[in-house]
Design a protein around this ligand. Sequence first.
Ligand code: ZN
Length: 605
Amino acid sequence: MAPHYVVAPTDPAGHRFTVTLTVDQPHPDGQKLRLPCWIPGSYLIREFAKDIVRIEATCDGKPVRLRKVDKDTWQADPVQGPLTVTTVVYAWDLSVRTAHLDQTHGFFNGTSLFLAVVGQEDGPQRVTLLPPDDPACSGWRVATTLPRVSGVHHGFGSFEAADYDELVDHPVEMGTWTLYTFEACGVIHEFALTGMHTCDGERLCRDLKAICEHQIRFFGEPAPVDRYLFQTTVVGDGYGGLEHRASTALIAKRDDLPQRDDPPDGLTDGYRSFLGLCSHEYFHTWNVKRIKPAAFVPYDLSREAHTTLLWAFEGVTSYYDDIMILRSGCMKPSDWLELMGRAITRVRRGPGRNLQSLADSSFDAWTKFYRQNEDAPNALVSYYQKGALAALALDLTIRKETDGRVSLDDVWRTLWERNGRPLVGVPEDGIQAIAEEVSGLDLEGFFADVVRGTDDIPLAELLADFGVDLTFRPADGPADLGGRASSVPVEKLRQRGELGARVVAGGGGAKLANVYTGGAAHRAGLSAGDVVIAADGIKVTGTDLVGRLGRRVPGSVVALHAFRRDELMRFRVTLQAPREFVAVLDLSEDPAPEVAARREAWLGC
Ligand code: ZN
């Protein structure tokens, strides 16, 4: 008989699930039980076992000794007959990666609750979900894509997964969520929204339907799922998503959801970003949930699974998420150009882009990208952001060199046919090999420079061939995200002295969040974490420091007083010329006919 887990939200106020696991045929030498230490899609060792606050085992009603073997493994004494293991799990992390329970709702990933029965992971796994006893939680329903065995749709009941890998790939939401439903290419899609909101469900379904259908047709019908669930928790401020094989768990900012009084066709910045998140996670249904690096086949959840390919799964997905919205007609080309300009800006801001390659950023995700400190902009590059630029560059290179016969779309569709539909892990050199095969091009130079190298990608030249002008200018303030022309003439921006640091308000002054390597602040001896309280003897109250320094020309010397910890220090800073990293993209005016044709084939505009 399959391992059977009974999950009960026993203590919503104390944030505790109780999970009772029955193993009918425990290992004769003593059954080992292990909780994963990471969750697929989020590449950080998280030690979920730290949240097990109680664990005990019985057989035939008598206690069985459990010995802790390592940080996340227990071994029971040998027993004759079924072994029952009861765990109490603390669930109070409002993220898509763990578990959360209170009187308003319960959410969990299997990686937080289900101890793997070592040796029985490859067979079926059964789950029974029990409703809470607490009268404060009456009326709760269940949203999950776990395959149901008993109970009504959205009710509590029993479920069965084919193996442990599947068991932990269907998160569960219980509560009084709002449900929206739409059909895409014949597949029912549900959108469950937890938390207080005034979302315009009709608008949301209309847009998501177009985006999902576009993606299904991109890879080819039929869709790889029988049904799909967007499971969203609404909060005042937050953002996050995690992909699963038939669902995604999202955290969204309340104000980012579409509202009834929004303009019918335009996208607010917030809604544009939320649609981007939905599109991103949905694209993962193919790219990383089915087309996977060989290093993830199978997942070893007991330790890091290193691959140099995360850029191809996160970066390429980040490239396609917004393109899919554009091509499905839910976004205007000007929106897309602005978003791409912002992506380029984020990459160009940090000197670390010239120190760490995409391949290294992928491999070291566990210790660098996921564990960033104040020095991160100097030390690393994001495989999401630079990965998206690499995807853009690869797409344009292939389109240009093949005269438009082949594109990155063809490469990813071939990956789907070869490595996704029958699951065959992509080897470390597999992306380059398939891109070369599909395009017929020698891409060694491209991959050496863009994926394994650290030079900036020459995007301006590539984009010009597709009727898009890329220009760079200095930032016009601490809140400048790029992608838009500045209201301040560029010549004036170039006359502003710059500190070479990212400044935020904090600590009673201007706090240096990051100090860029080689910049004016670095050369003057300032450090990230320092709080500047005066410039040339005049009090600084926050980010006004940036504007005040901007009134001085590059080369000016400024005296700054700053606290490091509780000690006052004085610095003489020679302001630098502003760095021109803010990217703005525009459609070229009057492009040559062949350039216009390339742009039309690529962006549909
Ligand atoms: Zn992703």
